[in-house]
Structures are given as C-alpha cells and as structure tokens.
Ligand binder design. Structure first.
Ligand SMILES: [Zn+2]
Length: 379
C-alpha cells in the first residue's frame, strides 16, 4: 500500500495555517439573495464551501460602478454592508465581522470565518472624505481606489488617455485620510502613475488585493517588477488573482483572437440593443458562450497561479505575496481552483515545490495579517 504522508502533510499544514483571501465579490450575490448558509452548486463560494476549503479570513468587497451618481454611492454601499451584516447575523456560529487583526485572530481561534469588509472603487466616497469616515465607522477596513474606469481623482490601469497624472490633490487627500483612519489602501486597478503616487504619499504599507505579475502575463491589471519591488519596499502585500485572464498570456492570446473574429457581430448587437442591458446581454450570450467553450480548451491550472506566487517570492522574498482570488468577480478560474473548496491545491503545489512551512504560512495569510495589524491597529 502506498503511503499518503505527502497528502496528509499538506492538508494538515493548510488546516493549521491562517488562510486569508484578500478579495472577492461575493457580497453582490449575497445582496441578490444567495443563501450563504447552504452549499450551492454554482458561483464560487458560500459558508460550507469556505469552511471546506479552509478559508479563515475572507475579504468581502462592496463595489459600485464608476458611473454611479454621487448621491447614490453611499446608499448603495450601505445596502451592501447591510446585506453582509444580515448574512453574518443569520450564521452566528460560522462567521463574524472583524475590525482588527486581534479580533480576526480570536474569531479564527473559535473555528469561525473572519469576514473583513472592503470597498472596491473609490467612487464610493462621492468625493467626500466624510463618507470615508462613515464607511470606516461601518467597519470598512480597505478601499480599492479605482476600478476599470478612471474617477475624477484616480486613474484606472485601463485608461489609455488619462486626464491627469495618477492622482489629483483630492486623491492625495484620500490617501492621507485613509492613513489617518487606519484603513488599508488597495492599489489593484490603479494606473502605474497612480500606484507610484500612492506609494510616495502613503505613510502606511499598501496592498494590491487582487493583481498578478505583468512579466508572466502582460495585462494592464498586473504589476511590473518595479511596482512589486516598490510595494514590498513599503512593507505591503500582493494578493494573487486566480482569474485566467490575469494568470495566463496563452489564454489571453486566444481570447483576443476569438474576440477579434466576432468583433463585428458583437459591435453591431451592442449598438442595436444600446440602452437595454438585459436584451443586449441575451443577444450576446450565444456569442460569449461559444467563445467560452473554445477558451475552455486552453488549459490553465493551479500550477500557473503558483507560478505568479513563485515569481514574486524569487523577486522580493516570501513576505509580500498572498491570495486574492476574486471569487464571484470573474468568470473563468483555473483547473483545480474551480471554487473556494479548492484552495488547499495551492498549498499542495507550494509543498510540492519545496516551500518551507514558514513561508507557506506567510503566503496563505500571514503576510496579509501583518499588514492588517500594522495599518488598522489592535484597538
Ligand atoms: Zn477588481
């Protein structure tokens, strides 16, 4: 009979380590009514599956679109926080909200999941630092400054014709206010110039909660070696996003060429159904289903994800990388990371590559916990 020591070793390590995931969009599904207390068959996560995969701390990002009218931003974020709080109230034995790293430690120590509240897209503050204070008071402990389109004060990585250099004066005021409050600044989605300015002006370490390595997959959402070194030099941490599109340049190449062949059809349907989103989506669905079926033939695996972790470790050491899945925020995950039950596969791969237990514990969650403790305090 063959020995399964290797198998049990990685599982024991995974179970005993603090596993912290720095980004997901699950709260949007919670708001739509997804029952988190039961195991669902679609989507990426719920409480039973988070427990099965050994996740100890999960960041839930409350997101608003960049074109949200300013007066609607605060009610929308409040509503998302309300939904998350209500899910937590309904599952008091399984999950609790953490405001500090010490609280997270004690929640995790009781065998529960620590829910960490974040905001994705600084548009949420509607250019009012008072809203930042309000969100902090409601439990928000990080904010991603921008998203896929620039705001009036922070340039997005997707912006090819930026109207200003990274951050405006107000953007700098946001950075300082977040420092003052003890809220972690998240530079995922920010442009190169914006990241540079945040690192220059922030008095505290910053994170990139769900980004990957540009040298392995050249995408505007990914970080250059220079950026990785600068985030590390400031004591921050980078959460690796599992989305195929940020992990694999092969996958992206195929997506680009498939999109190019269907572009005329997509553009004409976009134009024809302009202003009616549900009809537009229905009309485009067969095309996207076809593209997705073809993309499924491109094999991206958990090993490709660990390549990104490995790259950062080789560049700056094991203290500056972590997990930033993007569960329920992206549509295609690698083979072996289909949902949040499969996080132990990352530990398995790190063990197979000869990582020490100490380094694996840092990568799985220790590094994020260090930044959480340093920036948000222990009060
Ligand atoms: Zn995102």
């Amino acid at each position: 009979m063959s020995c399964n020591c290797e198998q049990s070793r990685y599982l024991e390590l995974h179970q005993s380590a603090v596993v912290a995931d720095m980004h997901c969009d699950g709260v949007l599904k919670i708001k739509k009514g997804l029952d988190y207390s039961i195991r669902n068959s679609d989507d990426h996560m719920d409480i039973p599956r988070l427990k099965e995969g050994g996740t100890d701390l999960q960041v839930f990002a409350c997101w608003v679109a960049t074109d949200t009218p300013p007066e609607e931003c605060r009610p929308k974020i409040d509503e998302l926080i309300d939904s998350l709080e209500s899910m937590v109230r309904q599952n008091p034995d399984d999950i609790a909200i953490c405001l500090t790293a010490d609280q997270a430690d004690s929640i995790i120590g009781q065998g529960q999941i620590a829910a960490f509240l974040g905001i994705e897209n600084g548009v949420a503050i509607a250019e009012d630092l008072g809203n930042l204070e309000h969100y902090y008071d409601r439990g928000i402990r990080y904010m991603t400054l921008t998203h896929t389109a620039s705001s009036d004060w922070c340039i997005s990585s997707a912006d090819t014709a930026p109207a200003f250099n990274g951050l405006t004066d107000f953007g700098r005021a946001v950075v300082w206010k977040m420092n003052e409050l003890g809220m972690i600044i998240d530079v995922s989605h920010a442009s190169v110039a914006a990241v540079e300015q945040v690192l220059k002006y922030s008095k505290a370490p910053v994170i990139a909660s769900h980004s990957c390595v540009h040298a392995l997959c050249p995408h505007d959402r990914n970080l250059s070696d220079h950026q990785i070194k600068a985030i590390a030099a400031k004591g921050g941490v980078i959460g690796i996003n599992y989305f195929n599109g940020y992990i694999s340049s092969r996958w992206n190449h195929v997506l680009d060429s498939l999109y190019e062949t269907r572009r005329a059809e997509i553009d004409s349907l976009d134009e024809y159904f302009y202003g009616n989103d549900s009809l537009r989506r229905a009309a485009l669905k067969p095309i996207w289903d076809d593209i997705k079926a073809k993309l499924d033939t491109i094999e991206v695996t958990v090993g490709d994800v660990v390549d990104h972790i490995d790259y950062i470790v080789k560049l700056v050491g094991a203290d500056y990388v972590g997990l930033g899945s993007d569960w329920d925020g992206v549509f295609v995950m690698p083979i072996g990371l289909d949902d949040c039950t499969m996080v132990p596969n990352i530990t398995k791969e790190l063990v197979a590559r000869g990582y020490t237990e100490e380094d694996i514990r840092k990568i799985l969650g220790g590094n994020f916990m260090r930044v959480f403790r340093e920036v948000c305090g222990s009060a």
